[in-house]
Design a protein around this ligand. Sequence first.
Ligand code: CAO
Length: 545
Amino acid sequence: MSIETLSVPDLGGANDVEVIEVCIAVGDDLELEQSIVVLETDKATMEVPCTKAGKVTAVHIAEGAKLNEGEALVDIEIAAGDSAESSAEEVVAEPEPVAEEPSAAPVPEAPADAAVESEVDIIVPDLGGAEDVDVIEVCVSAGDEVAEGDSLIVLETDKASMEVPAEHAGTIVSISVSEGGKVNKGQSIGRMKTIATAPAVSAASPEPVAAPAAASPAPEASRSGEAKLAPPPAKIATIEDGPETAFYAGPAVRQLARQLGVELTEVKASGPRGRLSKEDVRNHAKTIIEDVKSGKLSSGAGIPAIPDVDHSQFGPITIEPLSKIAKITAENMSRNWLNVPHVTQFDDADITELEAFRKSMKAEAEKRGSKLTPLPFLIKAVAATLRAEPSFNVSLHSDGENLVRKDYVHIGIAADTPRGLLVPVLRDADKKGLWQIADEVNELIGKARDGKLMPKDMQGACFTISSLGAMGGKGFTPIVNAPQVAIMGVSKASIQPVWDGKEFQPRQMLPLSLSYDHRAINGADCGRFFTHLVATLSDIRRLLL
Ligand code: CAO
């Protein structure tokens, strides 16, 4: 076992090269080819990989430091057998050789001086020895005007990404590569009309990429100090954004983004000149996961956002802040609407007898200091039906594997309050009589309207009733309040002609709509539940059975 110091390799003559990312820490077990540090000059980014496996015992560099060839990077503890195989100065891979200077680059079939406006092939330049390099972006298409130095395509190897810039200004005639394709040195990737006098156009040579020595040994030229560090940084401008929002990402960052499925154009860069770090990518992924968990972001990603409109262009407006309750309601509604596959079934309950009974009890209710609207009857009937048809008294488990069956019956009541929509919960409705339900509901609604509900007053509902009966309307489709699996909308009762088999009878009919989560409840379950409920409301003596 020995301690070896890995030092900065040949940087192709570059001095004071900035450390933009330190990829390792003391205690890390370094593997072959693992990146130790990412360096960046004005023109290039490179990762310095390791060619020896070992444990990091000291780190001599920090982000922001400026490095020169030969300076110490890290100390690593190398197992005895490995140590003998290579000398300390060879354990850090050197960057692969630089592409030859553009003037010296071999240009296939270079004609003599081309006339202005001549059409030429766009040739892939020297790629520093890399073969079958992936095209990760095609930046131009036929008809595009390009200036000298504009990016034509972006290539990526395991360790580096590089732009292939146009060597001359001109107009793209055709592009024969596409994203996902592979290219090699000397290959034609399209044709362009040049507006300069020049030999056949070669795309300007990208400079070399840092490559793992173990996987691709650097040739002698590199080891003898002729290698230069100058691969153009991976620079991608988003389609919508101007050049001021272009970002830069090194190969390691791109690889991590691919592994995590992160779209780099969406990541906020924390580094200088819009440079994205691995930490930026990780933070972005973490934020998405947290937002999905908290419901801020729908897991059904890809839903197009509603465009922002300046309404003042159409007439006078005022902007009013949303109340906290309104914001929470909006969030809950969106979450439930997007997550729950809704079905809404409609029916009318004949409440002629129920209403006759209720009205006959009105005086007694007043004497008791109570108020008996149709709502307590609805709560009582729903509670009894949840007991009779327990398929509605469930929640889907968050693991997606199980159903939670509830042996209690708590009913949520949607209440319109000056602060917004609140849903207090009446507990154990199946165990309570009408007077108790009426009193407790009135108390809960009073608390809701006075802003005195406690969080526990709004938790644990199995089912919600949303009654717009006092306001009117023939029917509506309420949104299920997940993790509940059903909600009933109540509209305004009215006298309707009902055929009794011999003649039409004037009956008091109450329109009901029952929305349910089709993941948890089937249509047949709903049919049974609704039939039981409507029958109970039509003849409340059934509540005694
Ligand atoms: N048909 C005809 N009349 C009805 C009725 C119906 N379905 N429901 C209630 N009424 C009558 C009541 O009987 C009462 O009249 P009387 O005093 O003559 O008996 C009158 O309308 C007013 O009732 P109310 O609104 O004071 O009481 P309620 O128990 O019916 O409702 C509550 C209470 C809290 C549900 C209701 O006030 C409310 O806030 N509803 C809005 C709920 C809401 O916003 N839902 C939308 C959420 S999104 O799904």
